[in-house]
Design a protein around this ligand. Structure first.
Ligand code: SAH
Length: 252
């Protein structure tokens, strides 16, 4: 692999915008967005956060929808490389955290290959934000000692998820991008030994004013998921029962 060294001071900040509520952006994320010459952003980034950019900043939308990319990944990479090589301060702004199902790693690999300097500003990932606003502690000494974040999407290489270890772990399971796959998720977990009565929650539009929290059993998950809208997370495990007593957001 050839490493090219950048001849200018272009710089890329990979910034996680958080899950929805604009107040969940970090102080550092806020500062670098204000200083950016170029902001390259995804669909899930709120308008309030985009409004922090300078009126002179170039705003480039490369929005991602669930099943297709508005701009293919290699083109996004190229935009980042081109703008940085033109000496710009670039903010690459993504929903949640860039390193959790955000392809942040792939973009950094491309920047590194071109010798472009960068930093990573972490964001609050949907699993942390949405469960906090729904009153669901991801771990709790009486319920779960660990938590796993899983993508509901089929892996790049077509590999299946390790269902046996998930079903038998007694962990809290959080599925991202899982709505359309909810039938498959429910079937596989039950077949691999997780009780059909295991409590589940779907958190739709987590941390936003429109947040909805839907509860069901693992067996009922596919039916309830049909009435849910993206973006949504599926949380599985007994911690989800705590929502009933601990929910605080959007309460009358
Ligand atoms: N990098 C992001 C995840 C991107 S994948 C992060 O760290 O959060 C996109 C998926 O994230 C969506 O399909 C959904 O499952 C989840 N998601 C993102 N924002 C959400 C929100 N406000 N509420 C619920 N789920 C959300």
């Amino acid at each position: 692999m050839t490493i090219h060294t950048s001849l200018n001071n272009g710089f890329v900040s990979l910034v996680g915008a958080g899950p929805g509520d604009p107040d969940l952006l970090t102080v550092k994320g806020h500062r670098v967005i204000q200083q950016a010459d170029v902001v390259v952003y995804d669909r899930l980034v709120s308008t309030e956060i985009l409004a922090l950019a300078s009126p002179d900043a170039e705003m480039i939308y490369v929005g991602k929808k669930l099943d297709y990319h508005c701009v293919p990944q290699d083109q996004i990479n190229q935009i980042l490389v081109d703008k940085a090589q033109a000496g710009k301060r670039v903010v690459r702004l993504k929903g949640g955290d860039s390193f959790i199902f955000g392809r942040g790693g792939e973009e950094l690999e491309e920047l590194a290959k071109h010798g472009i300097k960068y930093e990573v500003v972490p964001g609050i990932t949907a699993a942390a934000g949405a469960t906090a606003y729904a009153g669901i502690p991801l771990t709790h000494r009486d319920h779960a000692q660990s938590v796993q974040f899983i993508t509901g999407h089929v892996q790049k290489d077509g590999r299946e998820i390790e269902w046996t270890s998930l079903a038998q772990s007694n962990n809290t399971l959080v599925f991202y991008m899982g709505l359309k796959q909810s039938g498959h998720i429910s079937d596989k977990l039950i077949t691999h030994g997780l009780s059909a009565d295991t409590p589940c929650t779907i958190i739709e539009n987590g941390t936003r004013k429109e947040q909805r929290v839907l509860t069901c059993s693992l067996a009922n998950l596919p039916v309830v998921a049909k009435s849910a809208q993206s973006p949504a997370l599926i949380v599985i495990g007994s911690v989800t029962t705590l929502s009933e007593s601990l929910q605080w957001f959007n309460q009358e």
